[in-house]
Design a protein around this ligand. Structure first.
Ligand code: GAR
Length: 207
């Protein structure tokens, strides 16, 4: 099975969805470690409760981004991770770290990229008046939220939505999308061809 390290910074609900999915016998990936840049991340407790190895690599304990990333890299090596899955990991990585993991590091973003890169996506979707919103799993490249798109799920924006209500609808979609997208990557079914993920096999647009 493909060995996956999940990187988190907080709640860890997407991480929990990946852990749950990976329990299925036919799932092509196993979660070998959960790492958090924040020692107080709730997700660390969740991961330990699920019997996984979970540890903090506190970015504040290092004097530079490079040193923090070297520590992270060392943990990834110890656990022999094939793939890194960012799940609410809120630190930007240096280009050299990103390049080292090119094609092997994925992220989930709470919007239909390339719309609404960055933060506060649900507020911005409401302000823009879009009728469809959603989430995207993509390969990580040096440009923030710019990498090749692996899978997307769309949800409607409904009358009376607040950012919280809309965000909860998107989050439920994230929890279905991320395990499906990771499985596709682990099976080698999301190859990057000329800068985009080639569309192969079944469609991964979850509605
Ligand atoms: C998720 O909505 C994820 O898409 C988002 O943070 C949340 C983490 O929740 N990620 C980003 O905004 C990345 N820039 P979780 O910790 O419960 O999975």
């Amino acid at each position: 099975k493909t060995r996956v390290a999940v990187l988190i910074s907080g709640r860890g609900s997407n991480m929990a969805a990946l852990i749950e999915a990976a329990k299925a016998p036919g799932y092509p990936a196993e979660i070998v470690a959960v790492l958090s840049n924040r020692p107080d991340a709730k997700g660390l407790e969740l991961a330990r409760a699920a019997g996984l190895h979970a540890e903090a690599v506190d970015h504040k304990a290092f004097s530079s981004r490079e040193e923090f990333e070297a520590a992270l890299e060392a943990r990834l090596e110890v656990h022999v991770a094939d793939i890194v899955a960012l799940a609410g990991f809120m630190r930007l990585m240096t280009p050299s770290f990103v390049e080292r993991w090119a094609g092997r590091m994925i992220n989930i973003h709470p919007a239909l990229l390339p719309a609404f890169k960055g933060l506060h996506t649900h507020e911005r979707a409401l302000a823009a008046g879009v009728r469809l919103h959603g989430c995207t799993v993509h390969y990580v490249t040096p440009g923030m939220d710019e990498g090749p798109i692996i899978a997307q799920a769309a949800v409607p924006v409904l009358a009376g939505d607040t950012a919280d209500v809309l965000g909860a609808r998107v989050l439920a979609a994230e929890h279905r999308l991320y395990p499906a997208a990771l499985a596709r990557v682990a099976r080698g079914e999301a190859p990057i061809v000329a800068g985009r993920v080639a569309i192969t096999g079944e469609d991964l647009l979850l509605g």
